[in-house]
Design a protein around this ligand. Structure first.
Ligand code: PXG
Length: 288
């Protein structure tokens, strides 16, 4: 596998960053996770927009322009002869010394990885997931915005461990007010009385690209959709629930905290938006 690292293609074995890179020392950097479907980089421009937003939020000057990132992403897929997979974009503060001071870092480091992705087993899309609410709360907006995809993922990683310890593949994270924020690496939707509801970014959600695709799908299919403050009770008592993310796509949730949601099986609205989503991943985006 070839990695695009700091402007050059290098073999995977040579794709190394310094132990003095602040991305490693402090998690000082930003990233994106993007899907490639049949030679189509799904919603690349939207991902790059979020990447630029994340960088601006942490005052990191990205070393490439939007067009250069786009070219680097497509070229990395082509060089690796990949038509389906997962693309990871990372930009760090770069090499510095052992103090926090980002202004002492010489220049940002960056790389693009295009690789395979391991998905949830197909049976989970058919039967739906049984998940749990985890104790770890989403970091509040006064500390760090949930809309920034930074290299600090320990909040979500601890939540993921808690979900696994409870025997679940995903966990619902609440915010400090007790409202549902999102899952550890996915956004959350419920269906209630024919309406689709999802927590707002202000409640601690990342503005997921899959989430925004589902919002577009719902509007196009005439399914009412809005952002709402949701409690665990709203999820427990929902007609349907599903998670969205670049890795998970659209995955039904049929049980939360041991309580069955709706009929206990993936519902009709979930199936409908999933089917429409699957059509769009092949056409919305950038051909490599
Ligand atoms: N919330 C969080 C905290 C995420 O990390 C999402 C929501 C969904 O956003 P998108 O834009 O993907 O619809 C994410 C995305 C991985 C991996 O490597 C993680 C994500 C996406 C793809 C792969 O585990 N998280």
């Amino acid at each position: 596998m070839k990695i695009y690292l700091d402007g050059k293609f290098v073999d995977e074995a040579d794709a190394k960053v310094s132990v003095f890179d602040h991305g490693l020392l402090y998690g000082d950097g930003v990233f994106e996770g993007i899907r490639l479907y049949g030679g189509n980089v799904f919603r690349l421009d939207e991902h790059l927009e979020r990447f630029e937003y994340s960088a601006r939020a942490v005052m990191l000057d990205l070393p490439l322009t939007r067009a250069e990132w786009s070219h680097a992403v497509c070229e990395t897929c082509r060089v690796n002869k990949l038509t389906d997979g997962y693309i990871r974009l990372v930009a760090t503060r770069g090499v510095g010394d052992l103090g926090l001071a980002p202004w002492l870092c010489s220049k940002p480091s960056y790389f693009v990885i295009a690789s395979k992705i391991s998905l949830y087993p197909a049976e989970h899309y058919e039967k739906g997931l049984a998940i749990v609410t985890v104790p770890t709360r989403r970091v509040g907006p006064g500390a760090f915005p949930s809309t920034v995809k930074s290299l600090n993922y320990l909040n979500n990683i601890l939540a993921k461990i808690e979900a696994r310890q409870a025997g679940a593949l995903e966990g619902i994270m609440l915010n400090d007010q007790g409202y549902v924020a999102e899952a550890t690496a996915d956004n959350v939707f419920i269906v209630h009385k024919g309406e689709l509801l999802t927590p707002a970014a202000s409640q601690g959600a990342l503005k997921g690209v899959t989430r925004s695709t589902i919002i577009d799908v719902a509007r196009d299919l005439g399914i009412p959709i809005r952002e709402a403050n949701l409690t665990r009770y709203d999820l427990w008592c929902a007609d349907e629930c599903f998670l969205t993310g670049s890795g998970a796509e659209v995955i039904p949730v049929v049980k939360l905290d041991g309580r069955s949601i709706g009929t206990g099986a993936p519902g009709p609205v979930t199936r409908k938006v999933l089917a429409e989503f699957k059509k769009r991943v092949l056409v919305e985006g950038t051909r490599i």
